[in-house]
Design a protein around this ligand. Structure first.
Ligand SMILES: Nc1ncnc2c1ncn2[C@@H]1O[C@H](COP(=O)(O)OP(=O)(O)OP(=O)(O)O)[C@@H](O)[C@H]1O
Ligand SMILES: [Mg+2]
Length: 317
């Protein structure tokens, strides 16, 4: 059993926490225990320095140093109110590091991560979704505080015209709005993730203090990511591979590397290449080209990795 966390007395080891975890798991929600700083760190994501910095400022520091924020609010407010972030939105195309960032925050802050894959649980919760959604917030409280990560947030705010499932989404949305206003921001924080920010309901969007945009990696970022997955290639070769992988995400690049390695392993087993050798740039270029072809046929070019933008610039608030 992991050690108790230090964050505002959250109480992972308690009986109440254990039964909250059990209840959440029964609902199809995953709970990651509070790790320690060594478990997952920013090293797992190459590049994206702007996003990492913004996440540190808006999420990690308030979780790690709550006393600084409390003292400030005591000095500035007539009536005490929390000045900590309640909710932060991660938006961007698939495979660009949104979920991974939530794992890093949880690990670095030693706060449990409650992962709610909305699209999947929505059908599972059919008929009782609203009640179950409220239970997620209650369970986070029983844990003594948690990072509540709602993945595929757009499944709540998307097409709201007719149909049963849309009616459920609509009712769930109003519960979500209410819960996001009501939870104790001194103990928990909500992270929402979406590939389709434009589909989010305006009232839901306005509940987020901040938006962190994860764009597709720029060429220099692709080079850094590829170095992670093909470290035997030289700088010049990595540059060439980065040039040939425009519009691919970090996940695509990882998959290109995996695919190349699998093909190379087959060649070793068939004795077509000597044992102990590693794939060459050309092997990676071949996989990259088929991956790009497969990906781009189903995807229009999406926005590049942009500097993080505060929500007020995006919504006109
Ligand atoms: N910058 C990066 N450096 C290294 N690996 C990366 C990077 N970005 C993504 N990856 C790889 O891609 C995987 C998928 O990333 P992740 O699940 O965080 O994406 P996501 O933005 O949550 O995607 P989705 O929108 O589909 O949920 C990671 O586990 C990692 O292996
Ligand atoms: Mg994800």
């Amino acid at each position: 059993m992991p050690a108790r966390g230090q964050y505002d007395g959250h109480d992972w080891g308690s009986q109440a926490a254990a039964s909250a975890v059990k209840q959440l798991q029964g609902m199809g929600v995953q709970v990651f225990p509070p790790g320690n700083k060594e478990t997952v760190d920013w090293g797992v994501l190459a590049g994206y320095d702007g996003q990492k910095r913004q996440i540190e400022d808006c999420l990690l520091y308030p979780l790690l140093h709550p006393e600084v924020y409390t003292k400030l609010a005591e000095g500035t407010r007539e009536t005490f109110q929390s000045n900590r972030p309640r909710a932060v939105l991660f938006e961007g195309p698939p495979g660009t590091g949104k979920t991974t960032s939530a794992r890093v925050i949880s690990s670095q802050s030693a706060v449990p991560l409650v992962y709610v894959p909305l699209e999947a649980v929505l059908s599972k919760w059919y008929g009782e979704s609203e009640g179950l959604l409220s239970q997620v917030f209650k369970a986070a409280e029983a844990l003594g505080g948690a990072i509540i990560f709602f993945d595929e947030l757009d499944s709540l705010g998307g097409n709201r015209e007719g149909g049963d499932i849309h009616e459920v989404s609509r009712r769930m949305l109003s519960v979500m709005l209410r819960e996001m206003d009501g939870f104790d921001a001194r103990k928990s924080v909500v992270i929402g993730a979406t590939n389709r920010k434009s589909d989010l309901d305006a009232a839901l969007l306005s509940r987020f203090d901040m938006v962190v945009t994860f764009g597709l990696p720029l060429e220099c970022e692709r080079q850094q990511i590829l170095k992670r997955y093909a470290r035997h290639l030289g700088a010049e070769q990595l540059t060439k591979l980065a040039e040939a992988t425009e519009d691919l995400s970090g996940r695509d690049l990882r998959d290109v590397a995996e695919h190349t390695e699998r093909r190379w392993a087959s060649k070793i087993i068939r004795k077509e290449v000597p044992e102990g050798t590693l794939p060459s740039l050309d092997d990676y270029l071949l996989s990259a080209s088929s991956r790009r072809h497969a990906m781009l046929s189903g995807r229009t070019a999406q926005s590049r990795s942009a500097a993080p933008v505060p929500i007020w610039n995006l919504t006109g608030l």
